[in-house]
Design a protein around this ligand. Structure first.
Ligand SMILES: NC(=O)c1ccc[n+]([C@@H]2O[C@H](COP(=O)([O-])OP(=O)(O)OC[C@H]3O[C@@H](n4cnc5c(N)ncnc54)[C@H](O)[C@@H]3O)[C@@H](O)[C@H]2O)c1
Length: 175
């Protein structure tokens, strides 16, 4: 049994909570989000304890692993809190918005003796793995130009959403 704490209870935080709770060996025990409606949902649905900040969540004695699903530009504060409390970490992709923050994250977890992983889920999808195999086999030849479109309707973006603000999200390097 592993106990999880979730920092950021929006679309992905809820998604991970659902996945954890669907399995038999995981439980969401604590959550933090500055939006009280988001934490209220997690408390009512999963019985998770609502924590006042990322540090308190990471330091919660029952939390084994911290899941960082806050907006991209806030990831570092969640990772810092989790490292400070010496917990396993799953951080959503991309690791952060800027190169500087990504490097700082790397320096925090480089010699870390707990698990730190980034949610590069698409690398593990069967179609992605097949494409990688075809590339490795040379079947597709040398790629000179590639355009990837991902029509995804499940994560609707609203006007003013941080996800649509280039200073807070996006960027070819990290996505
Ligand atoms: N792996 C994937 O396929 C996938 C898909 C979608 C999003 N993501 C990533 O997941 C992360 C979250 O995206 P989302 O779509 O869930 O965003 P979202 O906007 O739906 O949720 C973010 C939540 O974090 C909260 N928040 C804001 N500031 C915070 C802070 N400082 N500390 C803690 N919580 C804070 C917000 O109130 C909100 O509830 C992003 O990094 C995004 O790139 C990954």
């Amino acid at each position: 049994m592993a106990n999880f704490g979730i920092i950021g209870c929006g679309r992905m935080g809820k998604n991970h909570a659902k996945g954890i709770s669907t399995g038999t060996d995981g439980k969401v025990v604590a959550v933090y989000d500055p939006n009280p409606d988001a934490t209220a949902f997690m408390h009512e649905t999963y019985g998770a304890e609502v924590m006042p900040n990322a540090e308190a969540l990471a330091a919660h004695p029952k939390v084994d692993c911290v899941i960082v699903t806050s907006p991209t530009y806030c990831h570092l504060e969640g990772v810092k809190a989790a490292v400070g409390a010496h917990k396993h970490i799953f951080c959503e992709k991309p690791v952060d918005r800027t190169w500087e923050a990504a490097l700082e994250t790397e320096s925090l977890v480089k010699d870390y003796d707990k698990i730190f992983t980034i949610g590069f889920v698409r690398r593990y999808l069967p179609k992605t793995r097949r494409l990688k195999a075809l590339l490795d086999e040379g079947f597709l030849g040398r790629i000179r130009f590639c355009n990837v479109d991902l029509p995804l309707g499940i994560f609707k973006r609203l006007y003013g959403d941080w996800f649509a603000d280039f200073d807070k999200s996006g960027g070819v390097c990290y996505n």
